[in-house]
Design a protein around this ligand. Sequence first.
Ligand code: NAD
Ligand code: WQD
Length: 344
Amino acid sequence: MKGKILVTGGAGYIGSHTVVELQNAGYSVVIIDDLSNSTADSIDGIERITGIRPVFQKLDCNDLEGLRKLFTAHPDIKGIIHFAASKAVGESVQKPLLYYRNNLNSLINLLDLMPQFGVKNIVFSSSCTVYGEPDVNPIDETAPVKPAESPYGNTKQINEEIIKDFVRSGADIKSIILRYFNPIGAHPSTEIGELPNGVPQNLVPYITQTAIGVREQMSVFGDDYNTPDGSCIRDFINVVDLAKAHVIAIDRMLENKSEEKVEIFNLGTGRGVSVLELINVFEKVSGVKLNYKIVGRREGDIEKIWAEPKHANIVLGWTAKENIENTMDSAWKWQLKLREKGIM
Ligand code: NAD
Ligand code: WQD
């Protein structure tokens, strides 16, 4: 065993895929999750894939005393991967305090306890949302952070600053901040995947739910952008590729390879794909004709953004490997599995 890692939000979409990769790499994992946006089914899925059942405790990261008990019960935790957060951009505009409370307090509680329990390493889930509408694409980590478009986006920026300030204050911790672009797809086993609560806000779950008939039609928000086909462009990153980067980040910190106490990496493919291109890929791999219509722009949408992932490629030795066809195929197979299980 390589050591024990605490994964907050480990029952969720990216967290569950990361736990699989951590266990495959020989780490033992303790998951905490309040199940506010997931179910414990993902824990079963992780066990079916890896043959190992991670330790799971239902716990809210806002519960400082609960966290204290957890660290006391697991004095050998070597690092934390902090996924737990509320993540719906639209909801964050409606309920800003919920987002500020959950996303800021959760991190503050963990940072507070780390030195007390001798935990020195934390990986933080940030987002390309910190870049706003980029002045140039691909965008690298030296680009300025733009004023946030939503309370959710703001929590990511503030959390990055909280980590930097805490380290600057002399706290004996290291952090790797990972800025994800657009994670999509599911584990090829179809044991785990994305399970949106209610009407999906994100593109790929909307595509697959429409294709399977849960939604009648989907809207493409705008075809009048300054892009080759007029639809928005994103950097869609396979969730398993993304998960693997977390294992590398943890290895790097535990092996003391980090050059700085806080390091920031973009996690993307380096390739921009438009909304309409993605729909075409989906139709090709699934054989399903998607019922969609072009509607007006969605407020607050970024026109185009894709990553310059060279920093992660060179320093972490991580590269996104999966192609977009296989990734969309995995998303579709996951949707079919949800149907088979009667979940959706
Ligand atoms: P998710 O909602 O599937 O996973 C988050 C998990 O955290 C859920 O299981 C939820 O129940 C749990 N959680 C929320 N608040 C909690 C709390 N206070 N205590 C304990 N558990 C709590 O989301 P995801 O897509 O897997 O995202 C993981 C992280 O990555 C989040 O921090 C998110 O902001 C960030 N991120 C996601 C995307 C994306 O598009 N999915 C992009 C960039 C960054
Ligand atoms: C992608 C594209 C939509 C749904 C969000 C968050 C961001 C980050 C990633 C966490 C856009 C279009 C979508 C639909 C559509 N998350 N679309 N019809 O906007 O890149 O970013 O997720 O940090 O913070 O804001 O992702 O999947 O919502 O949209 O046409 O029904 O698909 O307009 O161009 P986005 P998305």
